[in-house]
Design a binder for this molecule. Sequence first.
Ligand code: NAP
Length: 710
Amino acid sequence: MAIESTGTDILPSYLRDRWWTPDAGAAGIPVLDASTGEVVTRVSTDGIDLAGALEYARTVGQASLGALTFHQRALLLKEFAIALTARKEELHELSKRAGATVRDSLNDVDGGIGVLFTYASKGRRELPNAQVYLDGPVESLAKDGSFLGRHVYTRLPGVAVQINAFNFPMWGALEKFAPAFLAGVPSVVKPATPTAYIAEAWVRILVETGRLPAGSLQLVSGAVPGLFDHLGLGDLVGFTGSASTASRLRQQAAPGVRFTSETDSINASVLGPDAVPGTPEFDAYLTQLLIELTTKAGQKCTAIRRAIVPEAVVQPLVEALRDKIAQRVVVGDPHAEGVTMGPLVSLAQRDEVLRAVAALEAAGGRVVLGTTAAPDVVRADGSTGPAPEGAFVAPLVIGFEGDAAALPDAVHDIEAFGPVASVLAYRTVDEAADLVGRGGGSLVTSVATADPAVAATLLARTAAFNGRLLFLDRDDARTSTGHGAPVPHLVHGGPGRAGGGEELGGIRAVLHHMQRTAVQGSPAMLTALTGVWHQGAASRSDRHPFRKSLAELRIGDQFASPLRAVTLDDIETFAHFTGDLFYAHMDEQAAAANPFFPGRVAHGYLLVSWAAGLFVDPAPGPVLANYGLEDLRFVTPVSPGDEVRVVLTAKQITPRETDEYGEVRWDAVLLNQRDEIVATYDVLTLVAKTWDEGPAGGAASRTAEAAVTP
Ligand code: NAP
């Protein structure tokens, strides 16, 4: 079924796993088509039981998400991404009503789907198939190892309220929903009124999958009166929007409510002194400036607001940009063929942008490219002419003359949230850095330069003012994801005016929805609490653990080998076989002169190889592959005449949700004949979930091995 605009009906909310609309009679705020001014829908939450919805999230939502592991939630995110992908053309079509061209929707719709896919994959690669996340190493707090401490993340017990800006109704919402869901915290999404119908559409698609855990996602299509009265410790608010709304709302949040904001920022883009016209860096800068000015008609929190350019290059840059705009930019209704830039989201937004431009002019700026007059545009039927009902603004560049230091604060302060950028001239790289900093904290600054010294100066001088820095040169110009595109892997958020956040992007966004607690206890207690075996906890040595499939293997299952003698002959054989003739193994005098060795010693890699020979059980069995070692440390040197043994203990078992095997991490400790620790490390293996030791076992083994070979 196609997603259709909802006519003039009130846009539904999705509360307590049901669609909800106010009682008949609610007038609702009309939301208009950005190009034509037709009513798309009406928005109202008159009579909403917000407290009930929040409580539903804290009870039903928490329970259903709490029954799942990180990996199970990650797989659901993948299902949601697939469902949205199947219907993304419908979402593109709907987004046109808000002024988004198909290219704009690649950022919002496809970008949002990309966020889900990224978290689906990161969740399974970087988080355990469990419900708690361990942070950092174990701290031994008693000499005999009987008292340990470590940091444990558990999910917050409340609800994540996500208040979103109008410009990215999908991507902006999904970049918050995905990490909350992965953490196991239910979401209440509150889209901005002008694009709430696009948020309603993606939520509807997720609901229609039938795979949303009960209470895990609710949608409030409209105002949230009294919201903050109902929030307390354990709840989160993730706000995206203007700095002024953020500061108003922040004051309403009770102590204990985690309030974070991603707000507007006056982002900068610096053209390096080396990037003169004719260089690939100049071309890359120009292309990027055009993209940032016109994508989403400049309604991007990350858009370039200040182009910081060497004094001598200002004029050539503006001229080159003028040519590019003439060649490439067609302003009009996104439904019309060939349109490359749509209107702003609403007439109110257009008026606000024009007011901001007037304020920049009043502060000394001069429009050097474009005009504030309403442009002629391409209408949906292909005709060209004025469109007074549409919120169209042509691309505008405002020039500021005079000393960089004397530029008015307004240029660093006023956000014209549309296709508007200022051009500021600089004379030295330090001056450029000062200008970047005067933005008071930004989401992103980009720098086009091929000169590492320029880049290093700007990194040192401006990184503290930015959430993200992009260095653009001839090598990455084609592959760069661009100035204005946050990626779900990396920090999105910036200091100061940008909201002070950096909690979005990567697994840190998941952890933001969890509480880190220092947990202290005995090895046995920490093992029981975390599902990870700790040195000193009970172990079991019944059968060789390599003979156990995941169905039988338990953490603490252990194998302890007998001692093996170390001879000089062995060391020489290994040295000549591998070519590792390092003097510490081959030259008694030189080795003894080294501060670490008593004389010739065994190679560390020889010891690790011996350890494998000592612990391995060679017959085909449930252990399918060794895929690496982690945290390998050589502690005590081993001399000819010494003996070594290994103790191998199942430390962590991570069954895969979608495969017939899982990862087993083994704690390996190599000891000498005096029980001194020689080396410690983790061995990483893939182990079958089940294993038939009968005659068919071999065949099963071969099939499973084939399955894991990349
Ligand atoms: P906005 O006017 O500040 O509104 C943002 C959100 O806050 C909307 O959902 C709005 O809902 C809601 N809101 C307003 N008053 C509220 C209240 N009293 N209680 C609860 N929610 C309330 O911003 P916008 O016009 O939608 O977005 C444009 C701004 O967002 C720009 O300044 C842009 O730079 C910034 N932005 C920042 C980022 C970032 O990641 N840093 C991303 C995108 C946009 P209603 O619409 O229903 O009033």
